[in-house]
Design a protein around this ligand. Structure first.
Ligand SMILES: NC(=O)c1ccc[n+]([C@@H]2O[C@H](COP(=O)([O-])OP(=O)(O)OC[C@H]3O[C@@H](n4cnc5c(N)ncnc54)[C@H](O)[C@@H]3O)[C@@H](O)[C@H]2O)c1
Length: 248
């Protein structure tokens, strides 16, 4: 597998206790980075740290929807080192169902985690990147944010918001060596799929011309390049990884 040079780089990966985030964390560690995983699942985080046992890996229980908490953990890290890479990956789809029957608090929470969580982490970390004139931010959006998936209005809206945020922030930082990009994956077999009905997942899969789920490592490869120094020009861009589903 192609190796990236992340030596002397520090990365924060949100929602990294499993799925995409954990795989990205493992590739970053193999490539020499120091990695901070933030997640709300304390039990999973502990099992991950026992499994990986790498001195360059630290984890914290951080709810990305809570700005004060995010700010607190950012200050703890920047007391020790600057933050070079931020992967805004924490997310949830919530249950599937029509908008007019959707529970209001659940709708709000999906937006809080997927969109506000991305804003909170960028808000707290970007000043540190500006100070050192270096940063790579990758926001894990979704093809749902481009197409709008029926029965997933909160998730589609939040991911569309993350796409808009990426385009705006990327332009704000374009005169610095800071890149802000997003990826829009199609369905991959992670635990997030358990939140949606089987019919919904099958419908998503039926729209993918490749005719299969995205493999987790395929997403990781793209995120690694976007997070590396080699990506010195692309910013404010949305990278499709939908197996041919998206037409723009
Ligand atoms: N798997 C897919 O099919 C798919 C497709 C497109 C986009 N995505 C996106 O990829 C990202 C990763 O998803 P995944 O498939 O690995 O799912 P996952 O459920 O395996 O992992 C998501 C992680 O986020 C954590 N999390 C949830 N709320 C949080 C919060 N408030 N603060 C911190 N951590 C929190 C969870 O505990 C979990 O460990 C998500 O943003 C998701 O929307 C996934």
């Amino acid at each position: 597998m192609h190796k990236f040079d992340f030596k002397n780089r520090t990365a924060v990966i949100t929602g990294g206790a499993q799925g995409f985030g954990l795989d990205i964390a493992k590739r970053f560690l193999e490539s020499g980075a120091r990695v901070f995983i933030w997640d709300v699942d304390d039990k999973l985080l502990k099992s991950v740290i026992n499994e990986i046992k790498n001195p360059n890996l630290e984890f914290n229980v951080v709810d990305v929807a809570n700005y004060k908490e995010v700010e607190k953990y950012v200050s703890k890290i920047i007391d020790k080192t600057n933050i070079d890479i931020l992967i805004n990956n924490a997310g949830l789809t919530g249950p599937t169902g029509p908008l007019w029957k959707y529970d209001v608090d659940t709708w709000n929470n999906i937006v809080q985690v997927n969109l506000m969580g991305t804003f909170n982490c960028c808000r707290a970390i970007v000043p540190n990147m500006i100070k050192f004139n270096y940063g790579r931010i990758v926001n894990i959006a979704s093809v749902a944010g481009k197409d709008g998936n029926a029965n997933a209005s909160a998730y589609s809206s939040a991911k569309a918001g993350a796409i808009g945020l990426t385009k705006a922030l990327g332009k704000e930082l374009a005169d610095k060596d800071i890149a802000v990009n997003a990826v829009t994956p199609a369905g991959a077999k992670t635990r997030i799929l358990d939140q949606m009905s089987k019919e919904h997942v099958q419908r998503m899969l039926s729209k993918v011309p490749r005719g299969r789920f995205l493999e987790i490592h395929e997403l990781t490869s793209l995120v690694c390049w976007l997070s590396s120094e080699e990506n010195s020009f692309s910013t404010a861009a949305i990278f499709d990884i939908s197996g041919g589903r998206s037409t723009y």
